[in-house]
Design a protein around this ligand. Sequence first.
Ligand code: FMN
Length: 144
Amino acid sequence: MELVHCIYCSASTKVVKPTDLATLLAECREKNSKAGLTGMLLYSERTFFQVLERDRPVVEALLEKLTLDKRHARVTKILLEPIEQRSFAQWSMGYSKITKKELADIPGLNDFFAQGRSYMELGEGRAKALLSAFKEGAWRLSLS
Ligand SMILES: Cc1cc2nc3c(=O)[nH]c(=O)nc-3n(C[C@H](O)[C@H](O)[C@H](O)COP(=O)(O)O)c2cc1C
């Protein structure tokens, strides 16, 4: 089986309240634990950034379901590529409360967020820089 990761962004269809987020995370964690999926999720100013890790068919099937979910729209795949090992093996869906202000200081993002831009405009290079900050950088400890 080919292990892959996928990074995508999407726009929430309404303002996500802390209780909505808690419900979403609980749902993701339960389903992902059963499906052997791992990854991380960020939410900032009505946009989501998510990393998903698992065998290609499982990730592709989830992406199809995700695009039908009315809680978000404009599901935009940034990358889907083979990986040697998972970055978030211990997280059925790690979540960090990183703020837009904090995002602006992540190395490799080149003040991207300081310019008021959102996850939707990230592109592959910056998406990988963001993943790295949570994989091995200062932000890893913030994942819960
Ligand atoms: C931002 C966002 C992230 C999501 N992440 C996941 C996820 O990691 N795993 C998952 O199973 N469902 C996730 N969902 C829910 C799916 O869109 C969908 O509701 C769910 O997979 C339906 O599963 P079922 O058809 O097996 O009941 C997410 C939904 C949103 C809005």
